[in-house]
Ligand binder design. Structure first.
Ligand code: CTP
Length: 132
């Protein structure tokens, strides 16, 4: 049986930290499924729309070689549902979420990967708007 990995994120203003987490997530199994958070979810969570729309973010993530399947993550509360829907064997999250998803250990393995240091979408947006 192929080992399915699932991960989630906004992947707005796509940067090398995103690429590396996707590459390392893919290396945990045979098939990588990525949940890209919806515009509405970001608006409710962060109080602003992402720079790139969900259809643009999905287009970018879908084009990556390690990614096999992409879907829209509509709610943070549906993680268990998505894990079961995509029959994921492993849930991979960045270690900014360390410990927060341990509850899913009954249905899949839960792996937290270290973030790439010194880069984030928020920092990039701030840097670009400060120099613009
Ligand atoms: N990620 C990472 N290293 C970074 C930035 C992000 O490994 N330097 C990972 C996150 O841990 C997550 C995925 O990339 O698993 C998607 O993160 P996302 O929140 O979309 O990106 P950030 O750059 O963290 O965005 P923001 O600054 O808006 O929180």
């Amino acid at each position: 049986m192929p080992r399915t990995v699932i991960t989630f994120g906004t992947f707005d203003v796509f940067h090398v930290g995103h690429l590396r987490v996707i590459e390392r997530a893919a290396a945990q199994g045979d098939r990588l499924v990525v949940g890209v958070s919806s515009d509405a979810l970001n608006l409710s969570k962060k109080g602003r729309e992402p720079v790139f729309s969900q259809s643009e973010r999905i287009e970018i993530v879908s084009a990556l070689k390690p990614v096999d399947e992409v879907f829209v993550e509509e709610s943070l509360e549906l993680k268990r549902h998505y894990i079961e829907q995509y029959a994921a064997d492993v849930l991979v999250m960045g270690d900014d979420w360390a410990g927060r998803f341990d509850e899913f250990g009954d249905v899949c393995e839960v792996v937290y990967l270290p973030r790439t240091p010194a880069i984030s979408t928020t920092a990039l947006i701030e840097k670009i708007s400060a120099t613009g």
